[in-house]
Design a protein around this ligand. Structure first.
Ligand code: MN3
Length: 203
């Protein structure tokens, strides 16, 4: 079965003014859809229909397939990391944040630093690695799935298409708004079970 566009877990106008309906119509409706269409096309050409998305990313033998399938998964995960409700990290996530970063403010500062410093397109990540929280960024369509031992908890899209409509070239303002108002910390905490990869998978 071809991969399909997962519906947003909120209405397109729910994240405004931090992320506008116009951004979501383009970012979800056109950019995410394009990665799905390209992945399906490349899988058909390679005779890989019927594989799960995670399996395709892990076993892809061509860069176009790995990157498009990675982008498909990354976006499916990203939408779930956002919420129109203001949330805070529940336990035991808050305990880990305090242990590994000192405070939520310090974690958000680290996420913003890594996101703003990342050169070019890519994604900032909060991950669980060997039982510890870790902030890093990966380039282009790369994804924790393609690396061993990384359990993704939270991601921030750093491609210009994520913020150009609302913030033009100002990535720092977009990252700051996202961290201040839109993070779904309940979803982030859920991923401490190590099953975050499956939450954006498709069969
Ligand atoms: Mn994007």
């Amino acid at each position: 079965m071809p991969f399909t566009l997962p519906p947003l877990p909120y209405t397109p106008d729910a994240l405004a003014p931090h992320m506008s309906a116009e951004t979501l119509e383009y970012h979800h409706g056109k950019h995410h859809q394009a990665y799905i269409d390209k992945t399906n096309q490349l899988m058909t050409e390679a005779g890989l229909q019927g594989r799960s998305l995670v399996d395709v990313i892990r076993s892809a033998e061509s860069d176009p397939l790995r990157n498009n399938a990675g982008q498909l998964w990354n976006h499916s995960f990203f939408w779930q990391c956002l919420s129109p409700e203001q949330t805070t990290p529940p336990e035991p996530l808050m305990h880990l944040i305090t242990r590994d970063f000192g405070s939520l403010e310090a974690l958000n500062k680290k996420l913003a630093e890594v996101a703003v410093a990342h050169f070019g397109s890519g994604w900032a990540w909060l991950m669980l690695v060997d039982g510890a929280l870790q902030v890093t960024s990966l380039h282009d369509g790369d994804t924790p799935i393609a690396h061993g031992g990384m359990a993704p908890l939270l991601t921030i899209d750093l491609w210009e298409h994520a913020y150009y409509i609302d913030y033009r070239n100002a990535r720092p303002k977009y990252v700051e708004a996202l961290l201040a108002a839109l993070i779904n910390w309940e979803f982030v905490a859920l991923n401490l079970d190590g099953n975050g990869i499956q939450r954006a998978n498709q069969d």
